[in-house]
Write a protein that binds this ligand. Structure first.
Ligand code: HDE
Length: 683
């Protein structure tokens, strides 16, 4: 268990310690500190009489309960968070004066909240959706928030369209359906009529939108930001988080089943990994473009529907973030944390990306309604670790007791303090970009190519990834009732790739387009998940076991799995110890009732001499499903027999037999590293 009280030099943890309260072993009191003597019965006039208003304890308890909820986030309502630290590998002095990016080895406390976008607070976590990836760095110069997503581009180019986008994707207003899903008419009507969404839609329908884990997805700042160094020289910059475990996803059938079997799958995975000491790690990367190269690309670098292909602008890895501490209280921390892309530190500045500009307004505005007033920066999770002084005063829930007579600037009564700091003293100075122009409500011509990078994305996918995209289109559009919308979308995506659009049209029964296609042949290998890091670490292995098994073999294999960083868990027909006379008895972690193949990365099928019809049925279903989800399957002799009975070819890719042989664990681990075996023949 991670001990949150070990503050060990983490300045944010030290600060939070002052707010932690442990009620264990204490007497109950009212909020006024009065000891309570009775908490089972309200105060009544007679045994069977009415409750009396006088019962202040009852009133306080009920009133507090009645007010426990705050509005959920308008987007990104469903989220989960953890604490950690960011360690810098190398100085970024050449590009930025941000203090936390100067000294190699320096550590900055962070708090990260991951989220889905469309669903409500209680929605399933495996929805096809973008994932939020918001990081708060508690730096000594104030909080810096990198409020990103796991997809590097966005649906729209101008913030004024955000309410329209979100209205289109949220449940339709006349019937409140569907929850946490984009597969409905209004979303696809929006897409067809707002073609700037084309590139983002390709990502949204790719495997990126159904990650295996928050620990196995990338993060992106999306917008182009600006780094400014000590000399005042600026560079354009894009931020990336690269997961050390690689980028991996589940398959759509699995995602939908997980939502039913374990709607908390992603948060559970994050929480348990941290509790187990398998701390999630992400490297921070930056792509940097000198100001003078602003116009040397065939797209506008301020357009948030464009990536900077990594092969053209390499990602420089500059540090690593480790999430190593779960929150103490989900409401106090995860729910009340307030991110804002406008929380910057000297050395990091904005650009004129019109999507970013609009976000700079929206985030404070939303916190005001969500957190009930302008003092949300005083909540423990939001407080900077450095002191803050200004003339802001009062408001709901004010904690700070500002002393003194003066709360205005300029003044002489307090020697004109608090006074602004010069840039040399660390005062934030906005980058003096020269801007001029007419006031216009228009879109730059340079933002008008909506399809080239959508095609680049398509070109960069492996064949299985392409198939997944087509199936996702067929699912999403298949749920759309209106034939016109289906046709419009298919015609729109013919501009990305004609063959793809024809396949979608055939899948959903609309007219196959004959015109379209693209002359873009460029490929960016970095976009395919197939090319990302492969690792067996922390993968969950279901060990299917019945009685009369060879406990020495199974126990030994499980030990070796653990040595490889995998997490074997026994699934059996019943809970408790599983009988055998061939070595020490092993205990089941789950039954076929409480576990399911979709909750595991791979299966190790052992069986046992006693395996009966029920075991064969249940284990058979489990293995067949895992096989159809392209997962690695290992089997011992008993298990091999069962595979044969199930018509699972033991020679199929990713099926590892001869479980008793010496190199079984090596071969199985290699298979788990591959994540999935797409070239299997499954219906
Ligand atoms: Fe957000 N977004 N957003 N967004 N966003 C919010 O702020 C908004 C956008 C992102 O875990 C809200 O505190 C506008 C892009 C994350 O607490 C709200 C626009 C990106 C989170 C808001 C965007 C994001 C939010 C709702 C278009 C990736 C969750 C609650 C201009 C770079 C943060 C809140 C958390 C949350 C507005 C587009 C990321 C309403 C107006 C692009 C990760 O303020």
């Amino acid at each position: 268990m991670s001990d949150k009280r070990k503050v060990n030099g983490n300045s944010k943890n030290e600060q939070l310690e002052a707010y932690r309260v442990d009620d264990h072993g204490k007497h109950m009191t009212t909020n006024q500190g009065l000891k309570v003597s009775e908490d089972e019965f309200s105060l009544k006039a007679g045994d069977r009489g009415p409750t009396l208003m006088e019962d202040f304890h009852f009133r306080e308890k009920m009133t507090h309960f009645d007010h426990e909820r705050i509005p959920e986030r308008i987007v990104h309502a469903r989220g989960y968070a953890a604490h950690g630290e960011f360690e810098l590998y190398e100085s970024m002095k050449e590009y930025t004066k941000a203090k936390f990016l100067q000294k190699p080895g320096s550590k900055t406390p962070v708090f990260v909240r991951f989220s889905t976008v469309a669903g409500s607070k209680g929605s399933g976590e495996l929805a096809r959706d973008v994932r939020g990836f918001a990081t708060k760095f508690y730096t000594e110069e104030g909080n810096y928030d990198l409020v990103g997503n796991n997809i590097p581009v966005f649906f729209i180019q101008d913030a004024v369209k955000f309410p329209d986008l979100i209205h289109a994707v949220k449940p339709e207003p006349h019937n409140g359906i569907p929850q946490a899903a984009s597969a409905h008419d209004t979303f696809w009507d929006f897409v067809a009529n707002n073609q700037e969404s084309a590139h983002m839609i390709m990502w949204h329908l790719s495997d990126r939108a159904i990650p295996r884990s928050f620990r196995m997805m990338e993060g992106f700042g999306v917008h182009t930001f600006r780094f400014v160094n000590e000399e005042g020289k600026a560079h354009f910059v894009k931020f990336h988080w690269k997961p050390k475990l690689g980028i991996h996803s589940v398959v759509w059938d699995e995602a939908q089943k997980i939502n039913g079997k374990d709607p908390d799958f992603h948060r559970g995975d994050l929480y348990n990994s941290i509790e187990n000491g398998d701390f999630p790690e992400y490297e921070l990367g930056v792509q940097v473009i000198p100001e003078e190269d602003e116009f040397t690309f065939d797209f506008d670098i301020l357009d948030p529907t464009k990536i900077w292909p990594e092969e053209d602008v390499p990602v420089k890895i500059v540090g690593k973030m480790t999430l190593n501490r779960n929150v103490d209280n989900v409401f106090a921390e995860t729910e009340q944390v307030a991110f804002h892309p406008g929380h910057v530190v000297p050395g990091i500045d904005f650009t004129n990306d019109p999507l970013l500009q609009g976000r700079l307004f929206s985030y404070t505005d939303t916190q005001l309604i969500r957190l009930g007033g302008p003092n949300f920066h005083e909540l423990p999770i939001n407080r900077p670790v450095c002191p803050f002084h200004n003339n802001q005063r009062d408001g709901y829930g004010r904690h700070t007791i500002n002393r003194g007579q003066v709360s205005y600037h300029k003044n002489s009564l307090a020697q004109n303090t608090p006074e602004p700091a010069s840039p040399a003293e660390g005062g934030y100075e906005h980058y003096q970009e020269k801007v001029e122009g007419r006031k216009v409500k228009t879109r730059s011509e340079s933002f008008k190519d909506h399809f080239s990078q959508a095609t680049l994305f398509w070109n960069s996918m492996s064949n299985p990834e392409k198939e997944h995209i087509i199936t996702a289109f067929c699912f999403e559009l298949g749920k759309v009732q209106n034939k016109d919308i289906q046709q419009q979308v298919v015609d729109m995506f013919a501009k990305v790739n004609l063959d793809m659009a024809v396949q979608i049209a055939n899948g959903i029964g609309v007219t196959a387009p004959t015109e379209g296609g693209s002359d873009i042949t460029k490929v960016s290998p970095a976009l395919s998940q197939e090319n990302s890091i492969k690792s067996a670490a922390t993968r969950k292995i279901a060990v299917l076991l019945d009685e009369d098994y060879d406990s020495k073999v199974v126990g030994n294999v499980m030990q070796q799995f653990k040595k490889q960083g995998m997490q074997p868990e026994i699934v059996a027909p019943k809970q408790g110890k599983l009988k055998t006379d061939k070595g020490p008895e092993l205990e089941a972690d789950h039954t076929f009732l409480t576990a399911d193949s979709v909750l595991f990365d791979a299966v190790y099928l052992v069986g046992g001499a006693a395996q009966d019809k029920t075991f064969k049925e249940k284990a058979g279903y489990f293995v067949k499903e895992a096989f159809s989800h392209f997962k690695p399957i290992g089997a011992t002799q008993d298990g091999e027999e069962l595979l044969n009975n199930l018509d699972i070819p033991t020679l199929a890719a990713g099926v590892i037999t001869e479980g008793d042989s010496d190199d079984f664990v090596v071969r199985f681990t290699e298979a788990v590293k591959q994540h999935r075996f797409w070239d299997r023949d499954v219906d």
